[in-house]
Design a protein around this ligand. Structure first.
Ligand SMILES: [Zn+2]
Length: 133
C-alpha cells in the first residue's frame, strides 16, 4: 500500500485519514491471520509527506480503538528527500529539505525521487500461541 501526498504541511484531518487507512489495512491483515492482534506497524514516511508525527500518533490511537489494531505501536522510519542530479547522473539525499540542490556538485534540481512517500512496510502480529488474554 502506498500513499502519495504532496501537500507541504500536515493538518489534523490529513493525519486522521491516513490513520484510518492504516488501521483498515492492518485490521484486514490481522483478520486474514485468524483475528490476531496487531502489535506494531512499520511505516516509511518521507519528510515531504507532510505528516506530523504527533498528530498521526494521536489520530492512530483514536482510529484503532475497538479494532485488532488497538494499542499497536507505530514504528516510523523517516525517509530523507532524494533528488536525481542531472550533472552527477545519480540520486542524492538532500542535506536539507528546503534546498533542492545536489549536495555533491551543487546543481539545482527539483526532480524528487523519494521523500514524499507514506508506506506501510510491515506489521508485527501477535503470535497466536503466545496470546495471553
Ligand atoms: Zn550533482
Amino acid at each position: 500500500m502506498t500513499f502519495v501526498n504532496t501537500r507541504p504541511y500536515g493538518s489534523g484531518v490529513h493525519e486522521l485519514s491516513i490513520a484510518m487507512s492504516l488501521v483498515e489495512a492492518a485490521s484486514e491483515e490481522a483478520r486474514r491471520h485468524g483475528d490476531v492482534r496487531v502489535e506494531a506497524l512499520h511505516l516509511r514516511i518521507g519528510v515531504l509527506a507532510g505528516v506530523v508525527r504527533e498528530a498521526l500518533a494521536f489520530s492512530f490511537e483514536l482510529a484503532a480503538e475497538g479494532t485488532p489494531v488497538a494499542g499497536a505501536r507505530l514504528i516510523i522510519e523517516e525517509v530523507p528527500v532524494t533528488v536525481a542530479c542531472p550533472t552527477c547522473q545519480a540520486e542524492r539525499a538532500l542535506a536539507s529539505p528546503q534546498e533542492f540542490r545536489c549536495p555533491v556538485c551543487g546543481t539545482a534540481t527539483g526532480h524528487v525521487v523519494a521523500g514524499r512517500e507514506l508506506v506501510l512496510t510491515a506489521l508485527e502480529l501477535e503470535d497466536h500461541d503466545s496470546a495471553n488474554r
